[in-house]
Design a protein around this ligand. Structure first.
Ligand code: ZN
Length: 254
């Protein structure tokens, strides 16, 4: 488990520095010896980086983020022998990927974000204005390659999701979120009750209670920025829970 803080502009004298383009990942990268590397050096973004993020014709959202992050990350101190390429970006935990996107936006295009979303109750367009520095972030104290969890009377060994998992389920998540969960759980669970990793059809046959407990476990253990915002519709006053759209926010106009 980790601790939650906001995503404020860091104390520039500390290890994380926006001016120095040094960032500290909320989870970090585990090397072959089990050491955690959290510091990442990032380049200043160019128009070519923006174009990589918006290349909708050729790549899914997760793959565009891989390309973008492989360009933006200059180095990871302590991992000089590891190539910083799309596979490296895909292996970062989801929260670290979101964190890098938010910090790069904050550093090069400013803290204030404006988005327009549609109210699900009345259909009106709602302006959302927020500061990236106000988003809460959860940092992992000690990331691990795998975790053990007692859920629904079973003992599970599992890992946390990365960019590869995101790419594997994102199309399905639009069409059928439960089917996306089935695929995600089959990827993440490495063992259940000593029987090894479950297949997708085994996960599909699990009791709904076990699946719900696994979802809750993941929500409690994921690190990174919290992208869920609670707002009220100014037109009809309905409560709107809104997931901040990282894919759409990079342009200054939102
Ligand atoms: Zn409304």
């Amino acid at each position: 488990m980790g601790m939650t803080e906001n995503l404020p502009l860091p104390d520039e004298a500390g290890q994380e520095s926006l001016a120095g383009r040094r960032l500290l990942l909320p989870a970090g990268v585990l090397d072959a010896h089990g050491r955690v590397h959290r510091e990442v050096r990032v380049r200043e973004l160019t128009g070519a980086d923006e174009e990589a993020l918006f290349e909708r014709a050729t790549a899914s959202g997760a793959r565009r983020v891989n390309t973008f992050l492989a360009r933006a990350i200059e180095s990871v101190p302590g991992l000089e022998d590891t190539p910083i390429d799309e596979a490296f970006a895909a292996g970062l935990q989801l929260g670290d990927r979101d964190y890098l996107l938010l910090r790069l936006r904050q550093m090069d295009l400013g803290d204030a974000v404006h988005q327009v979303v549609r109210c699900p109750a009345c259909g009106a367009k709602v302006d959302v204005d927020l500061l990236i520095s106000e988003l809460p972030v959860r940092r992992l104290e000690q990331p691990r390659a795998s975790y053990e969890a007692q859920l629904g009377g079973s003992t599970l060994r599992l890992r946390l999701p990365d960019g590869e998992d995101q790419a594997a389920v994102e199309d399905l998540a639009m069409a059928n979120p439960a089917a996306a969960n089935t695929r995600l759980f089959a990827r993440l669970v490495q063992d259940i009750d000593g029987r090894g990793a479950p297949t997708e059809s085994e996960v599909r046959a699990w009791p709904a209670a076990l699946r719900a407990q696994l979802s809750a476990w993941l929500a409690a253990h994921l690190s990174g920025p919290d992208l869920f915002l609670d707002l009220g519709c100014p037109h009809c006053k309905a409560a709107m829970s809104y997931a901040f759209d990282l894919n759409a926010f990079f342009l200054p106009s939102g």
